[in-house]
Design a protein. Structure first.
Ligand code: CUA
Length: 334
């Protein structure tokens, strides 16, 4: 057989294998029953055909065993589809806790990817082998769709919102990246490559980039935009203290409680009056149009890093936190 002809794309993640098995099951059940039903239609059409003009059919009052059989067998087959489908769905939608986060920004017509350590790429994404990767994705303009067939990942990338997808690469190599949502003239050119590298090779590649970590750039931006004047950590400020905020529940003025995730922080920067924290005034200006999607990611990473700071001396900070801690904050009164 021609090796370039494949029914299914290459499998480069564990999820890809699970999804393919499910697909094969669904297609097999559909095929078997289609063939069976059509065979019965033809067989009975011939067997019970009208042989003479005066021939009358005999009425049959039903057959309980037969009816039970054709209800129970499809029920079991469908329940297998349901439970198997649900388990694969949950596997695909829940990134493991230890997944490394990579940001993706879609834009007419390119994919921009951003590693937390600072390295940025366009229409390319380098990832280490055997480590789950979580993608946090957004768009600068219209709806795109991040599609990596070899990992069976295909997820809409929406403006004004973060969506997440994850995959665990199990095979080194170079794999296709597509945009799978028609997004304008050069949609078909919005393509790229995913490189799955051996971990050591990946570390070397990562170290080859210049620049600082996303959290450190975020901290600079936090000073530059004067966020720090109101969101103080040293004394009570006019706006909430952001230390330890990320991932925690926040009580709003309306009494509602929301979780401080990426989407909440994004909204609080772009549309601060949407959710007012209990005990504070609606006084923060909107940064809509003043910060780009990529700058937002930096600010989010900075706010995340504030939650990871060691609570007491003796805890070992991560590389990102060291970068934040080591950098003197410019423009701040000390
Ligand atoms: Cu982006 Cu199609």
């Amino acid at each position: 057989m021609n090796p370039s002809f494949q029914l299914l794309p290459e499998q480069a993640s564990a999820t890809a294998r699970h999804l393919d098995h499910l697909t094969i099951y669904l297609v097999s059940v559909a095929t078997i029953f289609t063939v069976l039903i059509f065979a019965c239609v033809f067989y009975f059409a011939i067997k019970y055909r009208r042989r003479a003009d005066h021939e009358r059919a005999v009425e049959i009052e039903g057959a309980l065993p037969l009816e039970i059989l054709w209800s129970v067998i499809p029920f079991i087959l469908m329940m297998v589809m349901f439970s198997w489908g649900a388990s694969v769905f949950f596997e695909m939608s829940r990134p493991p806790d230890d997944a490394m986060n990579i940001y993706v920004v879609g834009k007419q017509w390119m994919w921009k990817t951003q590693h937390l350590e600072g390295r940025r790429e366009i229409n390319e994404l380098h990832v280490p082998l055997g480590r789950p990767v979580k993608l946090t994705m957004t768009s600068e303009d219209v709806i795109h769709s991040f599609y990596m067939p070899a990992f069976r990942v295909k997820f809409d990338v929406l403006p004004g919102k973060y969506t997440t997808a994850w995959f665990n690469p199990t095979k080194p190599g170079k794999y296709h990246l597509f945009c799978a949502e028609y997004c304008g003239t050069l949609h078909s050119g919005m393509i790229g490559w995913i490189y799955v590298m051996e971990p050591a090779e990946y570390e070397r590649w990562l170290a080859g980039g210049q620049g600082e970590s996303l959290a450190a750039s975020g901290q600079q931006l936090f000073q530059l935009l004067a966020c720090v004047n109101c969101h103080r950590t040293d004394k009570p400020g006019r706006c909430p203290n952001l230390e330890g905020l990320f991932g925690k529940p926040v009580q709003l003025a309306t009494g509602e409680i929301v979780k401080a995730d990426e989407g909440y922080i994004r909204e609080s920067i772009m549309d601060p009056s949407a959710k007012i924290v209990a005990g504070y005034q609606n006084m923060m200006p909107s940064f809509q149009g003043l910060v780009t999607e990529e700058e937002l990611l930096k600010l989010i990473e900075y706010i995340k890093s504030l939650s990871k700071l060691p609570q007491q001396p003796g805890l070992v900070p991560t590389a990102g936190q060291k970068a934040v801690a080591a950098r003197p904050a410019p423009g701040v009164n000390r």
